[in-house]
Design a protein around this ligand. Sequence first.
Ligand code: C2E
Ligand code: CA
Ligand code: CA
Length: 575
Amino acid sequence: MQGGNGSGRSLGELERENAELRLFRTVFNMASEGMMVTDEANRILAVNPAFTKITGFEAADVVGSTPGCLRSGQHDAAFFETFWGELRSKGRWEGELWNRRKSGEVYRTWLSIATQLDHRGAIHRHMGIFRDVSEARDTADKLWEKTNFDPLTKLPNRSLFLDRLLQALVLAGRSNKRAALVFVGLDGFKNINDTLGHTIGDKVLEEAARRFHSAVREGDTLARFGGDEFTAVLTDIATVEEVEQVVRALLECLAEPFLIENHQILISCSIGISLWPGDGSDVEAVMRNSTSAMRKAKEAGRNTFQFFTPSMDARAQARSRLASELSDALEHDEFTLVYQPIIHVPTGRVAGAEALLRWHNRFIGAVSPDQFVPLAEEMGLILPIGDWLLTAACREAATWHNLTKTPLRVAINVSPRQVQQGDIASALERALEVTGLSPDVVTVEITEGLLLASGGEVLKKIHRIRDVGAKIAVDDFGTGYASLSYLKTFPVDILKIDRSFVSKVMDNAEDARLIEAIIALGHSLGMQIVGEGVETAEQLAFLTDRGCDLIQGYRYSPPLAAERFKEYVAANERA
Ligand code: C2E
Ligand code: CA
Ligand code: CA
Protein backbone atom coordinates (compact mmCIF):
# COMPACT_ATOMS: atom_id res chain seq x y z
CA MET A 1 0.00 0.00 0.00
CA GLN A 2 2.78 2.33 -0.84
CA GLY A 3 1.17 5.65 -1.43
CA GLY A 4 1.82 8.18 -4.14
CA ASN A 5 0.95 7.95 -7.81
CA GLY A 6 4.15 9.59 -8.86
CA SER A 7 4.68 10.75 -12.37
CA GLY A 8 5.65 8.48 -15.17
CA ARG A 9 2.74 6.07 -14.91
CA SER A 10 0.45 5.61 -17.76
CA LEU A 11 -3.29 5.65 -17.49
CA GLY A 12 -3.32 1.98 -18.33
CA GLU A 13 -1.02 1.23 -15.44
CA LEU A 14 -3.22 3.21 -13.07
CA GLU A 15 -6.27 1.30 -14.23
CA ARG A 16 -4.53 -1.97 -13.69
CA GLU A 17 -3.48 -0.91 -10.20
CA ASN A 18 -7.04 0.14 -9.47
CA ALA A 19 -8.38 -3.19 -10.64
CA GLU A 20 -5.81 -4.95 -8.47
CA LEU A 21 -6.81 -2.86 -5.46
CA ARG A 22 -10.45 -3.75 -6.01
CA LEU A 23 -9.49 -7.39 -6.16
CA PHE A 24 -7.51 -7.14 -2.92
CA ARG A 25 -10.41 -5.36 -1.22
CA THR A 26 -12.76 -8.14 -2.32
CA VAL A 27 -10.40 -10.76 -0.92
CA PHE A 28 -10.09 -8.75 2.30
CA ASN A 29 -13.87 -8.48 2.61
CA MET A 30 -14.77 -12.01 1.56
CA ALA A 31 -12.06 -13.96 3.38
CA SER A 32 -13.22 -16.32 6.08
CA GLU A 33 -10.02 -15.60 8.03
CA GLY A 34 -10.01 -12.60 10.29
CA MET A 35 -7.59 -9.95 9.06
CA MET A 36 -6.14 -7.00 10.83
CA VAL A 37 -3.57 -4.39 9.84
CA THR A 38 -1.75 -2.33 12.46
CA ASP A 39 0.73 0.49 12.16
CA GLU A 40 4.25 0.76 13.51
CA ALA A 41 2.90 1.51 17.01
CA ASN A 42 0.59 -1.50 16.73
CA ARG A 43 -2.54 0.62 16.43
CA ILE A 44 -5.26 -1.01 14.37
CA LEU A 45 -5.70 0.54 10.93
CA ALA A 46 -8.20 -1.83 9.36
CA VAL A 47 -10.07 -5.02 10.07
CA ASN A 48 -12.18 -7.16 7.75
CA PRO A 49 -15.74 -8.48 8.22
CA ALA A 50 -14.45 -11.92 9.24
CA PHE A 51 -12.56 -10.17 12.04
CA THR A 52 -15.88 -8.78 13.28
CA LYS A 53 -17.55 -12.15 12.88
CA ILE A 54 -14.92 -13.92 14.95
CA THR A 55 -14.11 -11.31 17.58
CA GLY A 56 -17.47 -9.56 17.84
CA PHE A 57 -15.71 -6.20 17.52
CA GLU A 58 -16.82 -3.81 14.76
CA ALA A 59 -14.17 -1.83 12.92
CA ALA A 60 -15.37 1.29 14.75
CA ASP A 61 -14.74 -0.43 18.10
CA VAL A 62 -11.10 -1.15 17.44
CA VAL A 63 -9.61 1.06 14.74
CA GLY A 64 -7.14 3.42 16.37
CA SER A 65 -6.52 1.27 19.42
CA THR A 66 -4.10 -1.63 19.94
CA PRO A 67 -5.26 -5.27 19.77
CA GLY A 68 -5.09 -5.33 23.58
CA CYS A 69 -8.88 -5.60 23.67
CA LEU A 70 -8.54 -9.06 22.11
CA ARG A 71 -6.31 -10.39 24.84
CA SER A 72 -7.57 -13.30 26.87
CA GLY A 73 -5.19 -13.09 29.79
CA GLN A 74 -4.22 -16.72 29.12
CA HIS A 75 -0.67 -15.94 28.10
CA ASP A 76 1.99 -14.61 30.41
CA ALA A 77 4.53 -11.87 29.80
CA ALA A 78 7.16 -14.39 28.75
CA PHE A 79 4.89 -15.59 25.96
CA PHE A 80 4.55 -12.11 24.52
CA GLU A 81 8.24 -11.50 24.90
CA THR A 82 9.03 -14.44 22.61
CA PHE A 83 6.18 -13.44 20.35
CA TRP A 84 7.53 -9.92 19.78
CA GLY A 85 11.11 -11.09 19.75
CA GLU A 86 10.40 -13.50 16.94
CA LEU A 87 8.34 -11.01 15.06
CA ARG A 88 11.18 -8.49 15.25
CA SER A 89 13.93 -10.92 14.32
CA LYS A 90 12.18 -13.01 11.69
CA GLY A 91 9.49 -10.65 10.52
CA ARG A 92 6.76 -13.21 11.18
CA TRP A 93 5.12 -15.31 13.85
CA GLU A 94 2.72 -18.16 13.55
CA GLY A 95 1.05 -20.11 16.26
CA GLU A 96 -1.86 -20.67 18.53
CA LEU A 97 -3.15 -17.79 20.53
CA TRP A 98 -5.93 -17.56 23.06
CA ASN A 99 -8.10 -14.48 22.52
CA ARG A 100 -11.23 -13.04 24.04
CA ARG A 101 -14.36 -12.16 22.10
CA LYS A 102 -16.32 -8.97 22.73
CA SER A 103 -18.81 -11.20 24.56
CA GLY A 104 -16.04 -12.16 26.98
CA GLU A 105 -15.77 -15.72 25.69
CA VAL A 106 -12.23 -17.02 25.41
CA TYR A 107 -11.37 -18.89 22.23
CA ARG A 108 -8.38 -20.21 20.37
CA THR A 109 -7.05 -18.84 17.12
CA TRP A 110 -4.37 -19.87 14.75
CA LEU A 111 -2.59 -16.63 13.93
CA SER A 112 -0.08 -15.74 11.24
CA ILE A 113 1.37 -12.32 11.60
CA ALA A 114 3.90 -10.63 9.39
CA THR A 115 5.64 -7.27 9.54
CA GLN A 116 6.17 -4.96 6.67
CA LEU A 117 9.19 -2.70 6.77
CA ASP A 118 9.52 0.75 5.30
CA HIS A 119 12.33 1.74 2.94
CA ARG A 120 14.59 2.51 5.95
CA GLY A 121 14.02 -0.96 7.37
CA ALA A 122 11.85 0.16 10.27
CA ILE A 123 8.55 -1.50 11.07
CA HIS A 124 5.81 -0.01 9.02
CA ARG A 125 2.82 -2.36 9.35
CA HIS A 126 1.79 -5.60 10.96
CA MET A 127 -0.63 -7.83 9.13
CA GLY A 128 -2.38 -10.51 11.03
CA ILE A 129 -4.54 -13.31 9.67
CA PHE A 130 -6.28 -15.66 12.03
CA ARG A 131 -8.73 -18.51 12.18
CA ASP A 132 -10.96 -19.54 15.05
CA VAL A 133 -9.72 -23.03 15.82
CA SER A 134 -11.57 -23.52 19.11
CA GLU A 135 -13.98 -26.07 17.80
CA ALA A 136 -11.42 -28.08 15.89
CA ARG A 137 -9.11 -28.04 18.87
CA ASP A 138 -11.90 -28.96 21.25
CA THR A 139 -12.75 -31.97 19.13
CA ALA A 140 -9.11 -32.95 18.94
CA ASP A 141 -8.71 -32.44 22.69
CA LYS A 142 -11.76 -34.51 23.41
CA LEU A 143 -10.51 -37.26 21.18
CA TRP A 144 -7.11 -37.15 22.86
CA GLU A 145 -8.77 -37.22 26.24
CA LYS A 146 -10.99 -40.09 25.28
CA THR A 147 -8.18 -42.23 24.03
CA ASN A 148 -5.78 -41.38 26.81
CA PHE A 149 -7.75 -40.78 29.97
CA ASP A 150 -10.07 -42.76 32.15
CA PRO A 151 -13.46 -41.03 32.08
CA LEU A 152 -14.28 -41.96 35.69
CA THR A 153 -11.17 -40.90 37.56
CA LYS A 154 -9.78 -38.50 34.92
CA LEU A 155 -6.44 -40.20 35.35
CA PRO A 156 -4.30 -41.31 32.40
CA ASN A 157 -5.45 -44.71 31.19
CA ARG A 158 -3.44 -47.82 30.44
CA SER A 159 -2.39 -46.74 26.98
CA LEU A 160 -1.11 -43.32 28.01
CA PHE A 161 0.52 -44.87 31.04
CA LEU A 162 2.47 -47.36 28.97
CA ASP A 163 3.68 -44.48 26.79
CA ARG A 164 4.85 -42.56 29.82
CA LEU A 165 6.44 -45.64 31.28
CA LEU A 166 8.42 -46.19 28.12
CA GLN A 167 9.53 -42.55 28.18
CA ALA A 168 10.53 -42.85 31.82
CA LEU A 169 12.59 -45.96 31.18
CA VAL A 170 14.37 -44.32 28.27
CA LEU A 171 15.08 -41.21 30.33
CA ALA A 172 16.28 -43.19 33.31
CA GLY A 173 18.71 -45.00 31.03
CA ARG A 174 20.16 -41.65 29.94
CA SER A 175 20.28 -39.93 33.30
CA ASN A 176 21.77 -42.75 35.31
CA LYS A 177 18.89 -42.55 37.75
CA ARG A 178 16.32 -45.20 38.39
CA ALA A 179 12.62 -45.40 37.74
CA ALA A 180 10.12 -47.41 39.71
CA LEU A 181 6.91 -48.94 38.52
CA VAL A 182 4.36 -49.11 41.30
CA PHE A 183 1.39 -51.39 40.74
CA VAL A 184 -1.52 -50.83 43.11
CA GLY A 185 -4.46 -53.22 43.46
CA LEU A 186 -7.37 -52.33 45.69
CA ASP A 187 -8.15 -55.10 48.17
CA GLY A 188 -11.63 -56.53 48.17
CA PHE A 189 -13.01 -53.99 45.74
CA LYS A 190 -15.13 -56.63 44.09
CA ASN A 191 -16.94 -57.12 47.38
CA ILE A 192 -17.84 -53.46 47.52
CA ASN A 193 -19.19 -53.58 43.99
CA ASP A 194 -21.22 -56.67 44.74
CA THR A 195 -22.51 -55.48 48.09
CA LEU A 196 -23.18 -51.82 47.52
CA GLY A 197 -23.58 -51.67 43.76
CA HIS A 198 -21.59 -50.20 40.91
CA THR A 199 -22.55 -46.60 41.54
CA ILE A 200 -20.93 -46.68 44.94
CA GLY A 201 -18.12 -48.82 43.57
CA ASP A 202 -17.42 -46.07 41.04
CA LYS A 203 -17.37 -43.45 43.77
CA VAL A 204 -14.90 -45.52 45.74
CA LEU A 205 -12.66 -45.63 42.68
CA GLU A 206 -12.94 -41.88 42.18
CA GLU A 207 -12.11 -41.18 45.80
CA ALA A 208 -9.24 -43.67 45.80
CA ALA A 209 -7.89 -41.99 42.66
CA ARG A 210 -8.05 -38.59 44.36
CA ARG A 211 -6.23 -39.86 47.41
CA PHE A 212 -3.60 -41.68 45.41
CA HIS A 213 -3.08 -38.57 43.36
CA SER A 214 -2.30 -36.54 46.46
CA ALA A 215 0.03 -39.28 47.70
CA VAL A 216 2.36 -39.42 44.71
CA ARG A 217 4.95 -36.73 44.12
CA GLU A 218 4.46 -33.97 41.64
CA GLY A 219 5.69 -35.17 38.29
CA ASP A 220 4.98 -38.84 38.94
CA THR A 221 2.48 -40.28 36.52
CA LEU A 222 -0.45 -41.93 38.22
CA ALA A 223 -2.86 -43.88 36.05
CA ARG A 224 -5.91 -46.05 36.28
CA PHE A 225 -4.58 -49.18 34.70
CA GLY A 226 -7.95 -50.87 34.59
CA GLY A 227 -10.66 -52.08 36.95
CA ASP A 228 -9.44 -51.68 40.49
CA GLU A 229 -5.81 -51.37 39.48
CA PHE A 230 -3.76 -48.21 39.54
CA THR A 231 -0.19 -47.69 38.42
CA ALA A 232 2.39 -45.04 39.04
CA VAL A 233 5.75 -44.47 37.47
CA LEU A 234 8.22 -42.74 39.73
CA THR A 235 11.14 -41.11 37.98
CA ASP A 236 14.41 -39.63 39.15
CA ILE A 237 14.83 -42.17 41.89
CA ALA A 238 18.16 -42.09 43.69
CA THR A 239 17.44 -44.45 46.57
CA VAL A 240 14.97 -47.21 47.25
CA GLU A 241 13.84 -45.31 50.36
CA GLU A 242 12.33 -42.65 48.10
CA VAL A 243 10.16 -45.31 46.52
CA GLU A 244 9.18 -46.69 49.90
CA GLN A 245 8.15 -43.26 51.03
CA VAL A 246 5.71 -42.85 48.16
CA VAL A 247 4.45 -46.40 48.58
CA ARG A 248 3.76 -45.88 52.27
CA ALA A 249 1.90 -42.70 51.45
CA LEU A 250 -0.22 -44.68 48.98
CA LEU A 251 -1.04 -47.26 51.64
CA GLU A 252 -1.72 -44.68 54.33
CA CYS A 253 -3.96 -42.45 52.26
CA LEU A 254 -6.63 -45.17 52.41
CA ALA A 255 -6.53 -45.49 56.18
CA GLU A 256 -9.42 -43.10 56.77
CA PRO A 257 -12.73 -44.74 55.84
CA PHE A 258 -14.50 -43.50 52.74
CA LEU A 259 -17.80 -41.83 53.45
CA ILE A 260 -20.05 -42.45 50.49
CA GLU A 261 -23.80 -42.00 50.61
CA ASN A 262 -24.00 -42.78 54.31
CA HIS A 263 -21.77 -45.81 53.94
CA GLN A 264 -18.51 -45.96 55.81
CA ILE A 265 -16.27 -47.97 53.57
CA LEU A 266 -12.88 -49.25 54.57
CA ILE A 267 -10.60 -50.29 51.81
CA SER A 268 -6.91 -51.06 51.55
CA CYS A 269 -4.53 -51.79 48.72
CA SER A 270 -1.70 -54.14 47.89
CA ILE A 271 1.30 -52.79 46.05
CA GLY A 272 3.96 -54.41 43.90
CA ILE A 273 7.07 -52.56 42.81
CA SER A 274 9.62 -53.19 40.12
CA LEU A 275 12.66 -51.07 39.51
CA TRP A 276 14.37 -50.01 36.32
CA PRO A 277 17.03 -50.81 35.45
CA GLY A 278 17.12 -54.21 37.08
CA ASP A 279 13.73 -55.85 37.16
CA GLY A 280 13.20 -56.73 33.53
CA SER A 281 14.55 -55.92 30.13
CA ASP A 282 11.60 -54.08 28.65
CA VAL A 283 8.31 -52.40 29.48
CA GLU A 284 6.47 -55.68 29.34
CA ALA A 285 8.79 -57.44 31.75
CA VAL A 286 8.79 -54.52 34.17
CA MET A 287 5.00 -54.53 34.09
CA ARG A 288 4.76 -58.27 34.53
CA ASN A 289 7.16 -58.20 37.45
CA SER A 290 5.34 -55.44 39.27
CA THR A 291 2.09 -57.40 38.99
CA SER A 292 3.75 -60.54 40.34
CA ALA A 293 5.00 -58.48 43.27
CA MET A 294 1.51 -57.06 43.77
CA ARG A 295 0.03 -60.55 43.83
CA LYS A 296 2.64 -61.52 46.37
CA ALA A 297 1.64 -58.56 48.52
CA LYS A 298 -1.96 -59.73 48.37
CA GLU A 299 -0.93 -63.21 49.42
CA ALA A 300 1.08 -61.75 52.27
CA GLY A 301 -2.17 -60.53 53.75
CA ARG A 302 -2.96 -57.36 51.78
CA ASN A 303 -2.55 -53.75 52.84
CA THR A 304 1.17 -54.06 52.23
CA PHE A 305 3.82 -53.77 49.53
CA GLN A 306 6.41 -56.03 47.96
CA PHE A 307 9.42 -55.31 45.85
CA PHE A 308 9.88 -57.65 42.94
CA THR A 309 12.41 -60.43 43.37
CA PRO A 310 13.56 -62.79 40.62
CA SER A 311 11.96 -65.80 42.30
CA MET A 312 8.62 -64.14 41.68
CA ASP A 313 9.31 -64.18 37.98
CA ALA A 314 9.70 -67.93 38.16
CA ARG A 315 6.44 -68.08 40.08
CA ALA A 316 4.68 -65.93 37.53
CA GLN A 317 5.86 -68.21 34.77
CA ALA A 318 4.78 -71.29 36.67
CA ARG A 319 1.42 -69.65 37.18
CA SER A 320 0.91 -68.91 33.53
CA ARG A 321 1.86 -72.52 32.78
CA LEU A 322 -0.70 -73.64 35.33
CA ALA A 323 -3.32 -71.36 33.79
CA SER A 324 -2.79 -72.77 30.32
CA GLU A 325 -3.03 -76.35 31.54
CA LEU A 326 -6.08 -75.52 33.63
CA SER A 327 -7.98 -74.18 30.67
CA ASP A 328 -7.77 -77.61 29.03
CA ALA A 329 -8.33 -79.67 32.16
CA LEU A 330 -12.08 -80.22 31.74
CA GLU A 331 -11.66 -81.25 28.15
CA HIS A 332 -8.92 -83.72 29.09
CA ASP A 333 -11.02 -85.12 31.89
CA GLU A 334 -8.40 -84.33 34.50
CA PHE A 335 -10.71 -83.57 37.41
CA THR A 336 -11.95 -86.07 39.96
CA LEU A 337 -13.86 -85.78 43.19
CA VAL A 338 -12.89 -87.24 46.55
CA TYR A 339 -15.24 -87.56 49.50
CA GLN A 340 -14.41 -86.77 53.10
CA PRO A 341 -16.69 -88.43 55.65
CA ILE A 342 -18.64 -86.21 58.01
CA ILE A 343 -19.48 -87.96 61.29
CA HIS A 344 -22.58 -87.40 63.40
CA VAL A 345 -21.11 -87.16 66.91
CA PRO A 346 -23.96 -88.52 69.10
CA THR A 347 -24.41 -91.71 67.06
CA GLY A 348 -20.91 -92.09 65.65
CA ARG A 349 -22.47 -92.73 62.24
CA VAL A 350 -21.38 -91.35 58.89
CA ALA A 351 -23.81 -88.55 58.10
CA GLY A 352 -22.47 -87.84 54.67
CA ALA A 353 -19.43 -86.46 52.89
CA GLU A 354 -17.99 -83.30 51.50
CA ALA A 355 -17.07 -83.59 47.86
CA LEU A 356 -13.62 -82.12 47.23
CA LEU A 357 -12.17 -81.42 43.86
CA ARG A 358 -8.88 -82.91 42.69
CA TRP A 359 -6.89 -82.04 39.62
CA HIS A 360 -4.24 -84.29 38.20
CA ASN A 361 -2.52 -82.79 35.19
CA ARG A 362 -0.58 -85.10 32.88
CA PHE A 363 2.47 -82.80 32.90
CA ILE A 364 2.39 -81.02 36.23
CA GLY A 365 0.93 -83.82 38.34
CA ALA A 366 -1.45 -83.25 41.25
CA VAL A 367 -2.25 -79.61 41.96
CA SER A 368 -3.79 -78.55 45.26
CA PRO A 369 -7.26 -76.98 45.07
CA ASP A 370 -5.98 -74.13 47.21
CA GLN A 371 -3.80 -73.33 44.22
CA PHE A 372 -6.05 -73.96 41.26
CA VAL A 373 -9.51 -73.01 42.57
CA PRO A 374 -8.60 -69.31 42.99
CA LEU A 375 -6.93 -69.41 39.59
CA ALA A 376 -10.01 -70.98 38.01
CA GLU A 377 -12.10 -68.26 39.61
CA GLU A 378 -9.89 -65.58 38.19
CA MET A 379 -9.94 -67.14 34.74
CA GLY A 380 -13.72 -67.53 34.74
CA LEU A 381 -13.26 -71.29 34.48
CA ILE A 382 -14.98 -71.97 37.76
CA LEU A 383 -18.41 -71.82 36.12
CA PRO A 384 -17.92 -74.74 33.71
CA ILE A 385 -15.87 -76.64 36.30
CA GLY A 386 -18.60 -76.00 38.86
CA ASP A 387 -21.29 -77.32 36.53
CA TRP A 388 -19.29 -80.45 35.88
CA LEU A 389 -18.67 -80.89 39.59
CA LEU A 390 -22.31 -80.51 40.60
CA THR A 391 -23.37 -83.27 38.26
CA ALA A 392 -20.47 -85.53 39.18
CA ALA A 393 -21.11 -85.15 42.91
CA CYS A 394 -24.85 -85.72 42.54
CA ARG A 395 -24.26 -88.77 40.34
CA GLU A 396 -21.98 -90.25 42.95
CA ALA A 397 -24.29 -89.44 45.86
CA ALA A 398 -27.16 -91.11 44.02
CA THR A 399 -25.28 -94.41 44.36
CA TRP A 400 -25.27 -94.11 48.17
CA HIS A 401 -28.99 -94.56 48.70
CA ASN A 402 -28.93 -98.14 50.02
CA LEU A 403 -25.75 -97.89 52.10
CA THR A 404 -27.37 -96.53 55.26
CA LYS A 405 -30.76 -96.25 56.96
CA THR A 406 -30.72 -92.48 57.10
CA PRO A 407 -29.74 -91.19 53.67
CA LEU A 408 -26.17 -89.90 53.34
CA ARG A 409 -25.80 -86.21 52.60
CA VAL A 410 -23.41 -84.76 50.06
CA ALA A 411 -21.85 -81.33 50.61
CA ILE A 412 -20.76 -79.48 47.51
CA ASN A 413 -18.52 -76.41 47.53
CA VAL A 414 -19.49 -73.49 45.38
CA SER A 415 -17.20 -70.55 44.96
CA PRO A 416 -18.43 -66.97 45.40
CA ARG A 417 -18.09 -66.29 41.72
CA GLN A 418 -20.23 -69.28 40.85
CA VAL A 419 -23.03 -67.81 42.92
CA GLN A 420 -22.54 -64.25 41.79
CA GLN A 421 -22.09 -64.84 38.10
CA GLY A 422 -23.84 -68.12 37.49
CA ASP A 423 -27.29 -69.43 38.05
CA ILE A 424 -26.33 -71.98 40.63
CA ALA A 425 -29.89 -72.99 41.54
CA SER A 426 -30.73 -73.91 37.95
CA ALA A 427 -27.43 -75.74 37.56
CA LEU A 428 -28.27 -77.73 40.67
CA GLU A 429 -31.77 -78.47 39.39
CA ARG A 430 -30.34 -79.79 36.14
CA ALA A 431 -27.80 -81.92 38.00
CA LEU A 432 -30.54 -83.38 40.20
CA GLU A 433 -32.69 -84.09 37.19
CA VAL A 434 -30.05 -85.96 35.19
CA THR A 435 -28.81 -87.95 38.20
CA GLY A 436 -32.13 -88.60 39.92
CA LEU A 437 -30.75 -87.47 43.29
CA SER A 438 -33.17 -86.08 45.84
CA PRO A 439 -32.49 -82.43 46.73
CA ASP A 440 -33.07 -83.25 50.42
CA VAL A 441 -29.60 -84.78 50.77
CA VAL A 442 -27.68 -81.93 49.16
CA THR A 443 -25.78 -79.27 51.10
CA VAL A 444 -24.34 -76.32 49.23
CA GLU A 445 -21.28 -74.88 50.95
CA ILE A 446 -20.86 -71.16 50.46
CA THR A 447 -18.17 -69.04 52.02
CA GLU A 448 -18.48 -66.48 54.72
CA GLY A 449 -16.99 -63.95 52.34
CA LEU A 450 -19.91 -64.35 49.99
CA LEU A 451 -22.35 -63.49 52.77
CA LEU A 452 -20.35 -60.40 53.58
CA ALA A 453 -20.40 -59.35 49.97
CA SER A 454 -23.96 -60.31 49.61
CA GLY A 455 -26.21 -57.67 48.16
CA GLY A 456 -29.84 -58.35 47.40
CA GLU A 457 -28.98 -60.32 44.27
CA VAL A 458 -26.86 -62.85 46.12
CA LEU A 459 -29.44 -63.21 48.86
CA LYS A 460 -32.06 -64.01 46.25
CA LYS A 461 -29.79 -66.63 44.74
CA ILE A 462 -29.22 -68.27 48.11
CA HIS A 463 -32.98 -68.40 48.64
CA ARG A 464 -33.35 -69.99 45.21
CA ILE A 465 -30.93 -72.78 46.18
CA ARG A 466 -33.02 -73.34 49.28
CA ASP A 467 -36.20 -73.39 47.18
CA VAL A 468 -34.74 -76.20 45.10
CA GLY A 469 -34.59 -78.16 48.37
CA ALA A 470 -30.91 -78.07 49.31
CA LYS A 471 -29.44 -76.90 52.62
CA ILE A 472 -26.98 -74.06 52.91
CA ALA A 473 -23.76 -74.39 54.87
CA VAL A 474 -21.39 -71.52 55.60
CA ASP A 475 -17.84 -72.73 55.12
CA ASP A 476 -14.75 -71.52 56.98
CA PHE A 477 -16.86 -69.69 59.49
CA GLY A 478 -14.89 -67.35 61.71
CA THR A 479 -12.26 -66.38 59.14
CA GLY A 480 -14.21 -63.45 57.75
CA TYR A 481 -15.84 -60.76 59.74
CA ALA A 482 -19.42 -61.95 59.69
CA SER A 483 -20.89 -61.63 63.12
CA LEU A 484 -23.39 -64.19 64.27
CA SER A 485 -26.13 -61.60 64.52
CA TYR A 486 -25.43 -60.73 60.90
CA LEU A 487 -25.90 -64.37 60.04
CA LYS A 488 -29.49 -64.23 61.25
CA THR A 489 -30.51 -62.36 58.14
CA PHE A 490 -29.42 -65.24 55.90
CA PRO A 491 -31.09 -68.55 55.24
CA VAL A 492 -28.28 -70.69 56.68
CA ASP A 493 -28.73 -74.24 57.98
CA ILE A 494 -25.20 -75.32 58.83
CA LEU A 495 -22.08 -73.58 60.12
CA LYS A 496 -18.65 -75.06 59.52
CA ILE A 497 -16.09 -73.88 62.03
CA ASP A 498 -12.87 -73.22 60.19
CA ARG A 499 -10.02 -75.60 60.83
CA SER A 500 -7.67 -72.78 61.75
CA PHE A 501 -9.66 -72.37 65.00
CA VAL A 502 -9.99 -76.05 65.61
CA SER A 503 -6.26 -76.59 65.23
CA LYS A 504 -5.50 -73.99 67.91
CA VAL A 505 -8.28 -74.81 70.29
CA MET A 506 -6.09 -76.66 72.79
CA ASP A 507 -3.46 -73.96 73.19
CA ASN A 508 -5.35 -70.76 72.53
CA ALA A 509 -7.98 -69.84 75.08
CA GLU A 510 -9.38 -67.12 72.87
CA ASP A 511 -10.02 -69.51 69.99
CA ALA A 512 -11.55 -71.95 72.42
CA ARG A 513 -13.99 -69.31 73.67
CA LEU A 514 -14.79 -68.28 70.13
CA ILE A 515 -15.70 -71.86 69.23
CA GLU A 516 -17.91 -72.13 72.29
CA ALA A 517 -19.68 -68.95 71.31
CA ILE A 518 -20.15 -70.06 67.70
CA ILE A 519 -21.67 -73.36 68.79
CA ALA A 520 -23.99 -71.81 71.37
CA LEU A 521 -25.19 -68.97 69.19
CA GLY A 522 -25.44 -71.15 66.09
CA HIS A 523 -27.67 -73.55 67.99
CA SER A 524 -29.82 -70.70 69.24
CA LEU A 525 -30.38 -69.77 65.58
CA GLY A 526 -31.40 -73.34 64.80
CA MET A 527 -28.24 -74.20 62.90
CA GLN A 528 -26.17 -77.37 62.93
CA ILE A 529 -22.47 -77.00 63.63
CA VAL A 530 -19.69 -78.88 61.84
CA GLY A 531 -16.19 -78.87 63.30
CA GLU A 532 -13.68 -78.98 60.44
CA GLY A 533 -10.11 -80.21 60.34
CA VAL A 534 -10.36 -82.21 63.53
CA GLU A 535 -7.12 -84.14 63.85
CA THR A 536 -6.64 -85.08 67.50
CA ALA A 537 -8.63 -86.82 70.20
CA GLU A 538 -8.38 -83.65 72.34
CA GLN A 539 -9.91 -81.48 69.63
CA LEU A 540 -12.64 -84.03 69.13
CA ALA A 541 -13.39 -84.16 72.87
CA PHE A 542 -13.42 -80.38 73.17
CA LEU A 543 -15.90 -79.99 70.31
CA THR A 544 -18.21 -82.81 71.34
CA ASP A 545 -18.27 -81.54 74.93
CA ARG A 546 -19.52 -78.18 73.66
CA GLY A 547 -22.27 -79.83 71.66
CA CYS A 548 -20.77 -79.67 68.17
CA ASP A 549 -23.12 -81.78 66.02
CA LEU A 550 -20.86 -83.02 63.26
CA ILE A 551 -17.15 -83.63 62.83
CA GLN A 552 -15.00 -83.71 59.75
CA GLY A 553 -11.26 -84.26 59.79
CA TYR A 554 -8.30 -86.59 59.64
CA ARG A 555 -9.22 -87.85 63.11
CA TYR A 556 -11.86 -89.88 61.32
CA SER A 557 -10.73 -89.91 57.74
CA PRO A 558 -8.98 -87.93 55.04
CA PRO A 559 -10.89 -87.32 51.81
CA LEU A 560 -11.36 -90.68 50.05
CA ALA A 561 -11.73 -91.81 46.48
CA ALA A 562 -15.37 -92.56 45.65
CA GLU A 563 -15.06 -96.33 46.08
CA ARG A 564 -13.03 -96.04 49.29
CA PHE A 565 -15.70 -93.79 50.74
CA LYS A 566 -18.36 -96.41 50.18
CA GLU A 567 -16.15 -99.01 51.84
CA TYR A 568 -15.64 -96.65 54.77
CA VAL A 569 -19.40 -96.26 55.18
CA ALA A 570 -19.99 -100.00 54.98
CA ALA A 571 -17.30 -100.71 57.60
CA ASN A 572 -18.76 -98.04 59.85
CA GLU A 573 -22.24 -99.52 59.53
CA ARG A 574 -20.94 -102.97 60.55
CA ALA A 575 -19.14 -101.60 63.60
P1 C2E B 1 -12.60 -76.44 52.34
O1 C2E B 1 -13.90 -76.39 51.62
O2 C2E B 1 -12.52 -75.78 53.67
O3 C2E B 1 -12.24 -77.96 52.41
C1 C2E B 1 -11.68 -78.56 53.52
C2 C2E B 1 -10.25 -78.73 53.30
O4 C2E B 1 -9.66 -79.15 54.54
C3 C2E B 1 -9.93 -79.83 52.31
O5 C2E B 1 -8.74 -79.46 51.64
C4 C2E B 1 -9.65 -81.01 53.19
O6 C2E B 1 -8.85 -81.99 52.59
C5 C2E B 1 -8.94 -80.36 54.34
N1 C2E B 1 -9.02 -81.12 55.55
C6 C2E B 1 -10.02 -81.93 55.96
N2 C2E B 1 -9.76 -82.46 57.17
C7 C2E B 1 -8.56 -81.97 57.54
C8 C2E B 1 -7.75 -82.13 58.72
O7 C2E B 1 -8.09 -82.84 59.66
N3 C2E B 1 -6.58 -81.45 58.77
C9 C2E B 1 -6.17 -80.66 57.77
N4 C2E B 1 -5.01 -80.02 57.89
N5 C2E B 1 -6.91 -80.46 56.64
C10 C2E B 1 -8.10 -81.12 56.54
P2 C2E B 1 -8.67 -79.47 50.08
O8 C2E B 1 -9.41 -80.64 49.55
O9 C2E B 1 -7.24 -79.30 49.75
O10 C2E B 1 -9.48 -78.21 49.66
C11 C2E B 1 -9.00 -76.98 49.95
C12 C2E B 1 -9.99 -75.93 49.55
O11 C2E B 1 -10.17 -75.89 48.14
C13 C2E B 1 -11.37 -76.19 50.10
O12 C2E B 1 -11.45 -75.80 51.42
C14 C2E B 1 -12.21 -75.36 49.16
O13 C2E B 1 -12.15 -74.00 49.53
C15 C2E B 1 -11.50 -75.54 47.85
N6 C2E B 1 -12.19 -76.60 47.14
C16 C2E B 1 -11.98 -77.93 47.21
N7 C2E B 1 -12.87 -78.56 46.43
C17 C2E B 1 -13.66 -77.62 45.87
C18 C2E B 1 -14.76 -77.66 44.97
O14 C2E B 1 -15.23 -78.73 44.57
N8 C2E B 1 -15.32 -76.47 44.58
C19 C2E B 1 -14.85 -75.30 45.06
N9 C2E B 1 -15.44 -74.18 44.65
N10 C2E B 1 -13.82 -75.22 45.91
C20 C2E B 1 -13.22 -76.38 46.32
CA1 CA C 1 -15.88 -76.77 52.12
CA1 CA D 1 -13.74 -75.19 55.18
